[in-house]
Design a protein around this ligand. Sequence first.
Ligand code: CTP
Ligand code: CA
Length: 224
Amino acid sequence: ENDIISKLPFKDYKVLITAGPTYEAIDPVRFIGNHSSGKMGFEIAKAAANLGAEVQLITGPSKETVTHSLINVTRVTNGEAMYNAVHTYYEDTDVAIMSAAVADYKPKQVADKKIKKSDSSLTIELEKTKDILKSCGKIKANQYLVGFALETNNELEHAKGKLLSKNLDLIVLNSLNDKGAGFGVSTNKVTFISKDGDVIENELKSKADVAKDLMDLILKKRNA
Ligand code: CTP
Ligand code: CA
């Protein structure tokens, strides 16, 4: 009995995870998106479920799939739908980990017919999307809230800024400067920065191992 509990330290925990990119429609055939593969979020979902957590995985368009009795996958297309799906589960969540690369802007108007080309240039007016993570930080009660930060310069400073401004407990800094880290690849080099001041740099490792390290750290911090 004790043995099972020590192997499944997240048993009875509800973990909410976002993954992948979002696609923001321009017209019926075009969108604004990004290169996020969803791999990191899917690995976190697997790591959490393997530790016994009940996982809600909300993902934007991704080729990744997962079959696990403890993982429920909700597939969405745009940031608005991801926001709604997250808030369906957030209140009843113990740990929320937002690894999705949500588009920061979306077309102000979505054309209902395919936009035809003309000789002149085309301007599409964009407006900001809702910041899902920030909205979770604002209404945070007992949730342990984890964000990601993708940075190319002044990485630590920017990541710490996001930790504070979004009211997070932990942020995972993803440096796009590192070879073998980031989009599409199965490895990642991250730094964990916690609200209580820890800065933990990691070696380049598989996203599966990053996910395991992350879950271990969350467990340590939650029980601290
Ligand atoms: N995030 C989110 N909703 C958004 C934008 C970002 O939930 N509309 C989350 C991401 O999932 C990530 C964190 O916020 O966990 C940081 O995302 P990032 O793109 O690094 O930062 P931004 O706050 O969007 O700022 P910027 O892109 O200008 O650096
Ligand atoms: Ca962003």
